[in-house]
Ligand binder design. Sequence first.
Ligand code: NDP
Length: 331
Amino acid sequence: MQNKEIRLSSRPVGVPLLDNFDIVDTAVPQPKDGEVLVRTLYISVDPYLRGRMRDRRSYVAPFEVGQVIQSGAVGEVIESRSPQFQPGDIVSGMFGWRLYNTANADHLIKVPADLPITTALGVLGMPGLTAYFGLLDIGQPKEGETVAVSGAAGAVGTTVCQIAKIKGCRVIGIAGSDEKNRYLKEELAVDATINYKDGDIRRALKEACPKGIDVYFDNVGGEISDAILPLLNHGARIVICGQISIYNLDQPDIGLRPQPYLLVSSALMKGFIITDYAARFAEGVRQMAQWLSEGKLKYAETIVEGFENTPRAFIGLFSGENLGKQIVKVG
Ligand code: NDP
């Protein structure tokens, strides 16, 4: 068996480039007591990894130059030195971008066999839970309210749109192509969509939200989020989930100052990191799995083939190449 790993070879400036990554041949590691050897099957690429490529303190430590990139992945146990897992078990966890990883068995979750295993990286994994807790806990959508979602056709966004529909809301999805918006309307029953790359976003939002906005689920920040502020209803809630439009900027992006808008609408704006909800993950997975089995929740995935294409799949997040969850199928 030959191992390979993908390292950060230099810190990106602006949008990451393939040159910022190295693919290196390495040895297959040996599991120690309490560990398992896992063959990677699917890798999740996520926008927040861009933040870890900066030499800046944040809620997770930055990657060092030369270090293997790490993200969520699903793999098959090849060898086990833990009673918790047997060879052949499918597990999810945080892994290096490697063909083979060793991992402490306590840090892995067995993936149930009743659903496609990629769901552990998407709708039943970190992005799905982010949608669930962010929308329900902070957004608190009520029947009949208007919920606007940016990044609406991505992994988190598609799930937010559907949960808001389940809660009886009118949902406005904002995404970067007509094809994505068609999916949102035709497959997910989103009430109105806006292609933010096509025309005046302020006017489009005003037309799409004649009764104003009660909940804004913010995946992107920047000018799209600025355009939301004048439309907030009294008591509106803004869920700050992500700010992908600024992840590649080196200088701060100064837009509209939100305070006056929050003041006059008595609105709440709150950020969160999904690990804040770690103690409630089981509840989230249970509810989402139930909605999936009842056909109330759908999911989309964009799957890039080939381990060596992992950096390319990651970079593609910043030009919107994915519909739903972006995943790499290894080998
Ligand atoms: P997505 O699947 O939504 O992929 C990223 C999408 O962002 C792209 O498909 C693209 O869609 C859109 N995008 C890229 N650049 C821009 C831009 N400049 N302006 C507007 N949209 C842009 O990713 P995720 O669902 O995994 O994540 C969505 C957001 O949620 C991210 O900001 C992420 O960091 C955040 N997040 C936060 C978590 C938390 O704990 N708070 C946990 C997980 C994710 P389009 O074609 O529409 O432009």
